[in-house]
Design a protein around this ligand. Sequence first.
Ligand code: ZN
Length: 242
Amino acid sequence: MKAPAAAVVQELVLANHILHAQGVVDGFGHVSRRHPDNASHFLLSRSRAPALVEAADIGVYDLEGRPLAQVNGAPYLERFIHSEIYRARPDVMAIVHSHSASVIPFGVTGQRLRPIFHMAGFLGSGSAHFEIRDAVGDSDLLVSTPALGRALATSLGACSCALMRGHGSTVVGHSLQQAVFRAVYTEVNARMQATAMALGPVTYLSPNEAERAATANDGQIGRTWALWAHALKQTPGQGCSG
Ligand SMILES: [Zn+2]
């Protein structure tokens, strides 16, 4: 196993801290990235609140969800979300799983998230829906086995976002920064969409508008990443560790 470069690990640490500061994750939720030198491996923290993640917490896992080296503590129970989506989607380079609050009402009502404004163009024609009950019956709702990870990956299909009924959501990207961008704006879109739906019929972006907006946004992702990283440095106790 080739060890990932320090900068690759550090960017993942920063992603953990940004997602917490932006209200996407709390004590739970996680973010991973595919190993840049080996598509069959990915990087993920040990089981720890994202805001507290440090470089020493980041481990390398294979697509069975097994840690390849000594992990400095217990792994996340739901690491199979990551392993099975990386297996099913060669285009995916990073994944964010969260329980962000504004998304949950959509998952439990079967309402799709749809792009209500241009920043959420990545939602395309709408989010995917994962019903864990279809895969395993009554459960603790956690994606804690490879089989459940595969079921989630199947529900995700080619989408960028899957809502998980009674649990949260999983968002994928072609880069770490894009996955973080999408996770933040999934939460923002959910908040705004719920408000708009209460007011009356909503005009969403058309699939063509969504695609064009998403392409335009992809050229601007570094701007929000720089802002969110900068904001961490301004907030005592939230600075990244290096
Ligand atoms: Zn979860």
